[in-house]
Ligand binder design. Structure first.
Ligand SMILES: CC(=O)Nc1cnc2ccccc2c1
Length: 445
C-alpha cells in the first residue's frame, strides 16, 4: 500500500484507506481538514435552516445576491490585527494573482455596490447565504469553513437600518421556536468607545485597533487586554477609563458618564424606542462591552447570545459607514449582520428544537414482474409530471419494497401487476391506512 499521503496526516484523522486485494489504496475518503460533507440527513437540516433564512429575508423585502467564494486578497487586507484577516485562506493562483477563499461576505457586498454605482437606487437591502473560509494552523481542531446568512442595508443612515436588521434576527429566532428567555441580543455602539477615547484625547488612528483589542474582553484576561492597550500607547488611566465604561449595562448610567449630547447615547435611545414599536424590546439589552471584532464597524454593533452562556455568539453585526472609502469609493452608510450555520444548530440541539426532517416520498411504483417494467415507467412518469415525488423501484422482492416504503415514509405503493394491467388497472396501497384498491392507470393522480 502507498505510504499515507500528507493529506491523510494533514487530515488529523488518519483514515486507513480500505485495502483492496490488488494492494492499491483508495483515495482518502474524508473531506479536507476542517471541512464537512453533507450527506442527505445533514443536508436536509441545512436546507431547512437556509429555508428559514430565506423566508425571513423575503418578509423583510430583501433581495438575494451572490458572489464568488474566491475573491482578490486585496479586498481583505486590513491592518487592525483582526483574527479573521490573520487566518486568510489565501494563495497565489496560476496567473500569479493573490486570491483568497473569502473569510466573510461584507467586502464582496461592498464591492458589488461600488460596481453597480449609480445604477442602484438607495436604500438597498440585500441578502445572501454563502460559505466562508479561514485557515487555522493544525493546532486547533476548529472548522475551516462555515455557511453564513448575511443581511445588509446600504443607504439607510441612522438607526432605522439597525432596527430593521434586529427585527430580521428576531423573526428568525421566533421561526425556529427560540424565545427571548433563551436568547438575548446585546446592543451597543462603537461611538461609546470613540467618546471615551476623546475624553482621554487618544488619537483617532488608534480607534480601530482599540476596538479589535477590547472585542477580546471575555476571551482574554483583563490583564492581557490592559497590556495590549498599553502596548499600542494608551495611558493606564485611559485603559481603566475604557474598561470602566465598557462594563456599563445601563443606558442612563452611560448618559451620566458621557453626557446626553453624545451621539452614541442619542442613537441607542432611538434604537430602544423603535424596538418598543416593533414589539421586540424584550429581546435586546444595552451592553457597552459589545464592540464586535471586525475593524470596519463605526456605530451601533450587536450580537445575539444564549442566556445560559454556554455557546459562542450566535450572530452579530453593526453599522459600517466608512467601508466603501477604504476601497477608494464614495462612502455609503451601511449596516449588516452575519449569522453562521454552526452555533444556531448547537442551540437548537440544546433546546430540543431540531425539527424531524425524515424523507417524505409520495409514491413508490413497483412492477410485480419484469415484463411490466415498461408500464411501471409510464405510471411513474405520469405521476411525476403531476408533481408527485415517485421512487420507481425494480429488481427487488416485494418484502424489500415494503421495508423501503417505511424507510422513506412513502404515502402510497403503486403495484403494477399483469392481470390488473391487462384490464388497464394498477393496485394502490395507502401505507398509513393499509387501504388497498384498484385504479384505472390513466386516471391515477
Ligand atoms: C463554529 C464555526 O464553525 N465557526 C467558524 C467556522 N469557519 C469559519 C470560517 C471563516 C470565518 C469564520 C468561521 C467560523
Amino acid at each position: 500500500a502507498s505510504a499515507p499521503s500528507s493529506s491523510t496526516v494533514e487530515n488529523g484523522e488518519p483514515s486507513s484507506p480500505v485495502e483492496p486485494s490488488d494492494g492499491a489504496s483508495v483515495v482518502d475518503v474524508n473531506p479536507p481538514r476542517g471541512t464537512r460533507d453533507f450527506p442527505p440527513e445533514d443536508m436536509r437540516l441545512r436546507t431547512w435552516l437556509f429555508d428559514q433564512f430565506r423566508e425571513v429575508s423575503r418578509v423583510m423585502a430583501f433581495e438575494e445576491v451572490d458572489f464568488p467564494v474566491l475573491e482578490s486578497e486585496a479586498l481583505f487586507i486590513r491592518k487592525a490585527g483582526e483574527e479573521i484577516t490573520q487566518q486568510l485562506y489565501n494563495f497565489e493562483d496560476k496567473g500569479g494573482r493573490r486570491v483568497v477563499l473569502r473569510p466573510e461576505i461584507t467586502p464582496s457586498l461592498a464591492r458589488l455596490v461600488i460596481k453597480q454605482g449609480k445604477s442602484v437606487s438607495l436604500p438597498l437591502k440585500w441578502f445572501t447565504i454563502g460559505q466562508c473560509w479561514r485557515y487555522e494552523r493544525m493546532t486547533r481542531g476548529r472548522r475551516r469553513e462555515h455557511y453564513q446568512w448575511n443581511m445588509d442595508i446600504f443607504g439607510m443612515p441612522k438607526v432605522r437600518a439597525e432596527s430593521e436588521l434586529l427585527q430580521a434576527i428576531i423573526l428568525l429566532f421566533e421561526r425556529l421556536g427560540i424565545t427571548s428567555s433563551d436568547v438575548g441580543i446585546r446592543v451597543s455602539s462603537r461611538k461609546v468607545l470613540q467618546a471615551v477615547l476623546n475624553m482621554y484625547s487618544i488619537p483617532e488612528h488608534l480607534f480601530t485597533e482599540v476596538c479589535v483589542i477590547v472585542d477580546k474582553l471575555g476571551k482574554l484576561t483583563r490583564e492581557e487586554i490592559e497590556k495590549k492597550l498599553v502596548t499600542i500607547g494608551l495611558s493606564s488611566e485611559a485603559v481603566l477609563g475604557i474598561i470602566e465604561v465598557l462594563s456599563l449595562k445601563s443606558l442612563p448610567k452611560l448618559e451620566e458618564v458621557l453626557g446626553s449630547d453624545v451621539e452614541a447615547v442619542a442613537d441607542l435611545k432611538k434604537l430602544f424606542s423603535f424596538a418598543e414599536q416593533y414589539g421586540y424590546a424584550d429581546w435586546i439589552c444595552f451592553d457597552a462591552s459589545v464592540v464586535r471584532g471586525l475593524a470596519y464597524y463605526t456605530g451601533i454593533v450587536f450580537e445575539a447570545f444564549d442566556r445560559d452562556g454556554k455557546l459562542r455568539a450566535i450572530c452579530g453585526g453593526g453599522r459600517y459607514d466608512r467601508l466603501l472609502s477604504t476601497f477608494g469609493s464614495e462612502d455609503i452608510p451601511a449596516c449588516g449582520f452575519g449569522f453562521g450555520d454552526a452555533v444556531i444548530v448547537e442551540l437548537l440541539k440544546e433546546k430540543g428544537l431540531l425539527p424531524d426532517l425524515s424523507r417524505q416520498i409520495d409514491d413508490i411504483v413497483f412492477p410485480l414482474d419484469e415484463e411490466l417494467e415498461g408500464p411501471a415507467c409510464s405510471v411513474a412518469s405520469s405521476l411525476r409530471r403531476q408533481g408527485r415525488s415517485v421512487d420507481l423501484v425494480e429488481d427487488k422482492r416485494l418484502k424489500w419494497v415494503f421495508k423501503h416504503a417505511e424507510r422513506i415514509n412513502a404515502g402510497r405503493l403503486i403495484l403494477v401487476g399483469k392481470s390488473e394491467w391487462e384490464r388497464g388497472m394498477v393496485r394502490v396501497k395507502i401505507l398509513s391506512t393499509r387501504e388497498e384498491f384498484e385504479v384505472k392507470a390513466g386516471e391515477l393522480q
